[in-house]
Design a protein around this ligand. Sequence first.
Ligand code: CP
Ligand code: NVA
Length: 342
Amino acid sequence: MNTLYKRNFLRLLDYTNEEITYLINLALTLKNKKKQKQEKQCLLKKNIILIFEQESTRTRFAFETAAFDQGAHVTYIGPGTIHMGYKESIQDTSKILSQYYNAIQYRGKSHQTIELLSKNSTIPIWNGLTNKFHPTQLLADLLTIQENSFKNKPLSEISWAYIGDTRNNIGYSILEATVLMGLDLRLIAPKKYWPDKDFLNKCILQGKKSNAKILCTEDIETGVNNVDYIYTDVWISMGDSKNIWYDKICDLKKYQVNSKVLSLTKNINTQILHCLPALHNSQTIIGNYLSNKYDLNDGVEITNEMFKSKNSIVFKQAENRLHTIKALMVATLCKNPYCILL
Ligand code: CP
Ligand code: NVA
């Protein structure tokens, strides 16, 4: 049964283990149907608004192409093009958009904004990234892990190490995914980049139900020991002021994903994940600026060598943004998502 119909998706913990499993399996079905050119449309005549207060490549285009594949229409709103929050309240905007649209995707700086949107809307609200969480990214990550794990290990037997800024939206969503699905997570960072204590303790407590393991450590060797996956994210997140860049990079320099870190796993099957965008070389303005200024070793949070290595599955992860976002849209907007099989 589809219990997700008409529901919001603001963070992973809005859903149960069974509901996340349902979404991942639906994504896999949709992916196969698309590859076999047999996809059926079940979102015809649906109108979806995509509000982006910050830039995006994967999330925006995954929502747009998923909607197109399923027959829905989208309106894209970029930074600075809507009254919301300036001349009109978030509450009023949400009520008005609920009269025109069937769902709202929101990417923005503040998680409070999406909470206000959801409290005042009568249609599903999907979180496309806030300062606190990036749940649609984790749907893609879980599908990628399910598809690529050595000897098809089930999710509940997977160990992963998240290294770098573990206090950010990806870190917090990785924690929630770990708790829900019962994974073994090692967060590796200097102490000041560990998650907020209250949030971490709540996750540890809730993780007892699913047998999740959560370790925070400053020691890379302990953290990556025999892990199935190493995950990293940009050290400079959207909205991080330039004033903190210098300190952040100096603090995290030691935590770059490079060949030494990979060898410390002592596991030849360890694979590398990154939500992207990645600063793995100097081919971007910001990558060039940071790697020259701070004398980093060919890349910022990850070296070019590791990014391109056979262990890296980052492009598979990026592809799965499309299929998992599509599953979310179909599950929340369609009473019977498996009409795609009829
Ligand atoms: N991973 C991710 O959310 O990428 P975008 O910022 O390009 O959407
Ligand atoms: N932590 C990053 C994630 C990008 C997908 C950011 O917020 O910019």
